[in-house]
Write a protein that binds this ligand. Structure first.
Ligand code: ZN
Length: 455
């Protein structure tokens, strides 16, 4: 009954009142589940052409770039022509931020967002509200493949500093209530907090759990070790990090686990289906695969999200890699399958009290606590010794060092850390073209610890 009321009355009226179009977009996007892959590729090409035209006509950065390279939209007739457009790097976005925003949008149509910095390069972004709505609809469609309809109750185990602020205001909580989301701030993964999360979840009775892979994994281990069962969960949705403990999570929640792949810049690029294959949303994200030196199989992915018009990203290098494959899936979805096993690379840190600190969580807070950092890499050498390589302007050094020391002391719950700052001109990516922004040399020791040693 509650589902019916939320689906048919509360949610549509609320979003209509806010003039947000996610449900209209969702209805259109959902129809494509029944199309063929050829039809999707036609839509993709049409959308790509429209986006290129929009970039040339309206976006100062692209007009300049196209003119400089002698590129005109009318001459882009295939993928090879499209590939003549230079790749957009994070540095390009930083240096041309205002020129990448659609000048026809009024200030109230745009909002500013940022990435988690989990790739080691913190980045500010602008997005139109309409683009945001479209991205939300795309997420809804992918979730629905695995039985999570947008009107279902869900629990979000996240520490995204942009989202958890919703918890701090009454308005934010009401909006979460309308969206049927219980957000749990997982900044501190302690035994005490995990007992609280379990109670909250039992009381809320969600149908789906969503969160960062590392946090869901630790929480699952905690539930199993303490013989706590959470009933009624239909699916666990893992994001932001590599999913490596699927079986553990599935047992803990007595539910299937689904992996999804997206980023702060481009929501929901790919999502698993009930058969466990990762399907690429090719109708809304155009992906090119580029060779990486020394590696035959793994390719660098270059993304063009086809629905972002506020700040378009043509041929964007997100610094992620994958193995393209032509695998078939019997789930009948028309979206092609991709192998993303080499997707995100970021470790977690461990305190000497054996407390786990999620790498993604840390990157959100790291980005918020610092200024002027172009790139960073944090290496936990021992429980107490941390090396941080930083590419940063001189004027921010002192202030950043204080903030970082404070942040790590808080997150690792220790005042006894040896933090060594190394200032460098650039940080070289690993063999697969990816930075490893957070790595821990003690993580393997942590997994050897007995469960009861985890505080
Ligand atoms: Zn499938």
């Amino acid at each position: 009954m509650q589902d019916f009321i939320f689906k048919n009355f509360i949610m549509p009226y609320f979003f209509k009142y806010k003039r947000l179009k996610r449900f209209d977009y969702y209805k259109e996007l959902k129809k494509r589940d029944l199309m063929t892959q050829e039809e999707l590729r036609e839509i993709q090409w049409e959308k790509l052409k429209s986006l290129i035209n929009h970039c040339y006509e309206n976006i100062p950065y692209y007009r300049k770039l196209f003119d400089h390279h002698g590129i005109h939209p009318k001459n882009i007739k295939n993928q090879k022509d499209f590939a003549q457009i230079p790749i957009l790097t994070k540095q390009d976005i930083k240096e041309n931020f205002n020129d990448l925003i659609n000048p026809n949008l009024s200030k109230k149509d745009i909002f500013y967002d940022s990435t988690s910095g989990s790739t080691g390069i913190p980045l500010q972004l602008a997005r139109s509200w309409d683009d945001q709505e479209y991205g939300a609809a795309l997420k809804y469609r992918s979730n629905a493949w695995c039985g999570w309809n947008y009107w279902h109750k869900s629990v979000w185990l996240v520490s995204d500093t942009r989202r958890i602020t919703e918890l701090e205001s009454i308005k934010g909580r009401i909006i979460l209530g309308i969206q049927r989301k219980l957000v749990i701030n997982t900044k501190k993964i302690t035994r005490e907090n995990m007992f609280k999360w379990a109670d909250q979840i039992k009381k809320y009775k969600p149908r789906h759990i969503y969160g960062y892979s590392s946090i869901i994994t630790e929480f699952s281990r905690f539930l199993t070790d303490n013989k706590i069962s959470v009933s009624g969960i239909e699916g666990v949705f893992s994001t932001a990090e590599i999913l490596s403990e699927r079986e553990l999570i599935s047992k803990a929640f007595n539910a299937p686990v689904y992996d999804q792949y997206g980023s702060s810049e481009i929501f929901c690029t790919a999502h698993e289906c009930p058969k466990g294959k990762m399907h690429l949303n090719i109708d809304e994200v155009f992906v090119e695969f580029e060779d990486i030196a020394d590696d035959q199989e793994i390719k660098k992915m270059i993304f063009t999200p086809l629905y972002l018009y506020g700040m378009p990203l043509l041929r964007y290098d997100l610094q992620d890699a994958a193995i393209p494959c032509e695998e078939h899936c019997d789930c009948d979805l028309p979206y092609p399958v991709i192998n993303l096993q080499v997707g995100r690379i970021s470790d977690n840190l461990i305190s000497d009290k054996s407390k786990l600190v999620s790498g993604v969580t840390l990157s959100w807070y790291f980005t918020d606590a610092t200024n002027g950092i172009a790139q960073y890499q944090l290496i936990q050498e021992t429980f107490k010794d941390i090396t941080i390589k930083i590419v940063c302007e001189d004027k921010f050094k002192e202030e950043n060092e204080c903030s970082i020391k404070e942040l790590l002391a808080e997150m690792l719950n220790s005042t006894d850390l040896n933090i060594n700052f190394e200032y460098v001109d650039t940080i070289i990516p690993g063999k697969n073209g990816k930075y490893r922004p957070i790595s821990s040399k003690v993580i393997n020791d942590f997994h050897k610890l007995k469960p009861q040693e985890i505080h």
